[in-house]
Write a protein that binds this ligand. Structure first.
Ligand code: SAH
Length: 476
């Protein structure tokens, strides 16, 4: 049987900037993404809208998948899909069982690629301002698992000699580890730090000493997943709290947008100031269809006076795609009229080098065209636009760019692990309060808020926040 391929990909500790270029490219191309508990949902925003997202942790009502089952899952998925991305927190080979998964794939004859990731062992301390090596202070660092089952104690003799000791999965065993290190001559006054949820909005960090860290962390409710650093570097102040001091650190923003491309461009601006961002979009909630638009675009290329009324950034983006796919040059579309019903959409058109001929329903009604193609995103306000188009004397043809989302074609055995985007977003929302933004007309985007259980909450217009439309560039 022909196999697709699997990429074993490190996702880093969560911050979107710590995803490697190769990792991002693979997530963008993946037909299926199998992700872990520690993978930030933000990274899944890069997936194709119709990619299947499978959670390899606990499924609702099921136990967590055993390692052997995950391996069987990857082999089986590769039989049914072109590219399967196995996305793992940090680096796949640092306590990530990536080697076991690679061995299972090799044994089954499945081609695979391995993409190293930014490991939390180094990056999480860095996000809390702790360098793992430091000239004159620490020339070595050891990374160990603090997991009780992994025979840490037998190795503590060697580890006690490292100038910096980094522990992953060490929260539960921390009191015992501290005791054992002290028994091996490590001073109780040795600086020690713990950093939970490093690089995420919920990052919490604490600096103390070997003697006080466990109790202090418990008192402050700083728990797993966390990286523990023991050694003089844990008291170093060179970096300060650079990440936690960013202007928007700790803020969480949920963007409702018509297109994920728009949402990603806006996310970048907020993230540059330290915020965490997630988005729910029309192209994730529904499937996108180009066929009607392509037919309409080729009609406008024949020189007929034709108009397009856009209500969403997605509509504009898809229009540019249709123009590109038809092999057209914009200069040939001189008899074309364009209308953007909303200020946000106007900006999207302008970013694409086009100025709308009409920016209101009244202006639209005065445009002399034969046919109006009016984008119908499926909200109650469609009738107004249709009426305005009709008042111009033109025929009105609705453009249905969205259709019901089809369930991804994953083999039945793995169906229980498929996660809908709306559920992933709803889970993220359940973790803490978030600001809700509409990138475009809030009335149009309201159904997306309903979709993630935020129906009753007010949506702020993104332009009120100084966020203008993103560049409307078109991929292939
Ligand atoms: N392969 C991963 C480690 C997997 S083991 C890597 O290279 O980072 C899981 C442990 O990693 C957690 O128990 C915790 O100790 C650490 N970890 C991973 N991501 C983390 C994060 N964002 N913040 C704090 N600790 C993290």
């Amino acid at each position: 049987m022909a196999y697709g391929r699997v990429a074993l990909v490190g996702a880093g500790p969560g911050h979107p900037g710590l995803l490697t270029e190769r990792a991002r490219a693979l997530v963008e191309q993946a037909d299926v993404v199998v992700f872990d508990r520690l993978v930030s949902p933000r990274l899944l925003m890069h997936a194709k809208p119709d990619a299947a997202l499978l959670y390899a942790g606990k499924a609702p009502g099921c136990h967590a998948l055993a390692q052997r089952e995950i391996e069987a899952m990857l082999v089986d998925l590769a039989r049914h899909h072109g590219l399967v991305v196995r996305l793992k927190g940090g680096d796949p080979l640092v306590f990530g069982r990536g080697a076991e998964e690679a061995a299972a794939l090799r044994e089954a004859g499945v081609p695979f690629e391995l993409v190293p990731g930014v490991t939390s062992a180094v990056a999480v301390p860095a996000f809390a301002g702790i360098p793992v090596t430091l000239r004159g202070v620490s020339r070595s660092f050891a990374v160990a698992t603090g997991h009780a089952g992994d025979g840490l104690r037998a190795h503590l003799d060697a580890l006690a000699g490292a100038e910096t000791l980094v522990l992953l999965m060490g929260v539960a065993e921390l009191p015992r580890i501290a005791e054992e290190l002290r028994a091996r001559g490590v001073s109780p006054d040795t600086p020690a730090a713990i950093v939970a949820w490093g690089s995420r909005a919920k990052q919490r960090s604490l600096r103390a000493t070997l003697a006080t860290l466990a109790a202090e962390a418990e008192r402050r409710g700083i728990g797993s997943p966390a990286v523990i650093v023991i050694g003089d570097v844990a008291a170093d102040a060179s970096l300060g709290s650079w990440f936690e001091a960013m202007p928007r650190f700790g803020e969480r923003h949920l963007l409702f947008a018509s297109s994920m491309r728009e949402a990603l461009a806006h996310a970048a601006k907020l993230e540059a100031e330290g915020a965490e961002v997630l988005a729910h979009t029309w192209d994730r909630a529904q499937s996108v269809r180009l066929a009607e638009l392509e037919a309409a675009v080729s009609m406008s290329a024949q020189g007929k006076p034709v108009g397009f009324a856009f209500r969403t950034a997605l509509g504009v983006e898809m229009w540019f795609c249709a123009v590109q796919r038809a092999g057209l040059d914009l200069r040939r579309l001189s008899s074309l009229k364009l209308a953007a019903v909303d200020g946000y959409v106007t900006q999207v058109l302008r970013d694409g080098g086009l100025a709308p001929d009409a920016r209101s329903l009244g202006e639209m009604a005065r445009m002399p065209v034969e046919v109006w193609f009016a984008e119908v995103p499926g909200s109650g306000r469609d009738a107004d636009v249709e009426a305005a188009c009709r008042a111009s004397g033109a025929e009105v043809r609705p453009l249905h760019l969205l259709g019901p989302r089809l369930a991804p074609a994953v083999p039945p055995r793995w169906q229980p692990f498929v996660r809908a985007w709306r559920d992933i977003v709803a889970e993220w929302l359940a973790e803490g309060p978030a600001d809700l933004w509409a990138l475009g007309d809030p009335a149009l985007l309201r159904p997306l808020a309903d979709d993630v259980g935020m129906g009753g909450e007010p949506l702020r217009r993104a332009d009120a926040f100084g966020l203008a439309a993103a560049e409307a560039v078109c991929g292939a």
